[in-house]
Structures are given as structure tokens and as C-alpha cells.
Design a protein around this ligand. Structure first.
Ligand SMILES: [Zn+2]
Length: 259
């Protein structure tokens, strides 16, 4: 009973945070403060009334259009809200109410926000990823939920960032194009701080997903030199590892030790 209550509360909280992430994704690249001012329609600048600013529901009721000017509102807004709500509920179900859950929800929100901004703007803003990484390192080192040596969280972050940096340099040498940016390196740093050893399957899944997407784009006749933002693939790997990273690690160790 308590479980169901916690999951529902986390899901609703996720919808509200998703709405805030939408505001951040719109405002941060434009340099507008996220702390002040009500939401407004990007097309006609009319302030959005509270009743029209309910996550998910308002978009459906208004059929994806601004009430004042009728300009279409991107489907990415309700998508971000729904995704944040679902992932918050899933993490609450897996972890239960705890300090660890608070850290995990911060990490999930950051992954969604940087993916959203990376897709639209091809950047991962320092102002988001660096503070989140620092909180992850301190929080996970203090909580140490897996009970291993406490330095593993620091080592996982530095290792993941170093790996991305090295891969990016090799890719640039081979292909002559920038494959990964420093934003991806900083994202990997944060992933290691939050995931510990589970950052290994996270990076693996991220690279596989990115490669598959690259093949699909090539098959559709898109140039290989068209830069595809890599951040969302890393974030996808991080979410999979966050939800079942321990199981993947156990399975891997089991297979490795018995073969
Ligand atoms: Zn409008």
C-alpha cells in the first residue's frame, strides 16, 4: 500500500519536474533565467495561464495548440513530461523512498534535460551537467549503496570520461570529423559518478545504440558526416544501467567466471 502511494507520488512529481525541464530546455540555450517569470508561448509571448500549464493534460485538452494564438506546441513537451513521470515512478518502485532515490531522480532528470537540449541545440550545457556530476560524486561516495571501496565512484567517472575522450580523439584521427564533443565527455563523467561500475554496461549500450542509429541513417542515404548528437544515446545507456545495471554486471561476472 505504501509502495503504491510512493510510486504514484513519484510519478506525479515526475510530471511536474518534466514540465520544469521543458522550461529549462527552452530557456537555458537562450540565456533566460529559469527561476523567474511565468511560462509564455514562444510564438505570441502570451503568458500561459495556470490552468493551461498542467503537465500532459493541458497539451491534450488544447490539442497541441496555444490558446491565445493557435500556434502549434511541440509534441516534445508532453513527451518529456510523460517520460519523466514514468521514469520517476519506475525508480521509486525499484529503490523505495530514500536518499539514494533522491540522487537517482536528480540523475534521471539531468539525463532527460541534456538529451532534450543536445537533440535541439547540439550542446550539453556545463551549467547543467557539471553541478549534477559534483552532486553525484559527493552523494554516491557518502551513501556508497553497493558497499564497495568508496573510491570506485570517482574512478568510474574519471575512467568513463577518459574513455570517451580517447574514443573521440581516435574517431577524429580516423574520420577527420568531430565524433564526440567535450559535452559527451562531461556526461560520461557524471554517468560514472552516479553509476559506479555499472557505467561499463551503460557506455556499451550507448555505443551499440548510437552505432545502430548511424547504420539506419546511412541506409536512408544520410551522409555519414552528418553529426548525430551522441548525448541521447549515452543517456539511454545510463537509464538502462540505472534500472538493471547490477543484474547485467552479475550476469557478466557469472558468465566470465564460469567460462
Ligand atoms: Zn501563442
Amino acid at each position: 500500500m505504501l509502495d503504491a502511494y510512493v510510486i504514484v507520488v513519484a510519478g506525479v512529481f515526475g510530471l511536474l519536474i518534466g514540465s520544469f525541464l521543458n522550461a529549462c530546455a527552452y530557456r537555458l540555450p537562450l540565456g533566460i533565467s529559469v527561476a523567474h517569470g511565468r511560462s509564455f508561448c514562444p510564438a505570441c509571448k502570451t503568458q500561459i495561464r495556470a490552468v493551461d500549464n498542467i503537465p500532459l493534460l493541458s497539451w491534450i485538452v488544447l490539442r497541441g495548440r496555444c490558446r491565445a494564438c493557435g500556434a502549434p506546441i511541440s509534441w516534445r513537451y508532453p513527451l518529456v513530461e510523460a517520460l519523466t513521470g514514468m521514469l520517476f515512478a519506475a525508480m521509486a518502485a525499484l529503490t523505495g523512498p530514500s536518499a539514494l532515490l533522491a540522487l537517482q531522480l536528480l540523475f534521471v532528470a539531468a539525463l532527460i534535460l541534456v538529451s532534450d537540449i543536445d537533440i535541439a541545440e547540439r550542446i550539453i550545457p556545463d551549467v547543467v551537467i557539471l553541478p549534477v556530476a559534483a552532486i553525484g560524486l559527493v552523494g554516491m561516495t557518502v551513501l556508497d549503496p553497493r558497499g564497495g571501496p568508496r573510491w570506485t565512484w570517482l574512478a568510474a567517472g574519471l575512467g568513463a570520461a577518459g574513455f570517451l575522450l580517447g574514443t573521440g580523439l581516435v574517431y577524429k584521427r580516423l574520420r577527420g570529423v568531430e565524433g564526440m564533443g567535450m559535452g559527451d565527455v562531461k556526461l560520461a563523467l557524471a554517468m560514472g559518478f552516479f553509476l559506479g561500475a555499472a557505467v561499463i554496461p551503460a557506455l556499451f549500450i550507448g555505443f551499440i545504440a548510437g552505432a545502430l542509429a548511424g547504420i539506419v541513417l546511412l541506409a536512408r542515404g544520410r551522409s555519414a558526416k552528418t553529426a548525430v548528437p551522441f548525448g541521447p544515446f549515452l543517456a539511454f545507456g545510463a537509464l538502462v544501467a540505472l534500472i538493471c545495471g547490477n543484474q547485467i554486471l552479475h550476469l557478466y561476472l557469472h558468465v566470465a567466471l564460469h567460462s
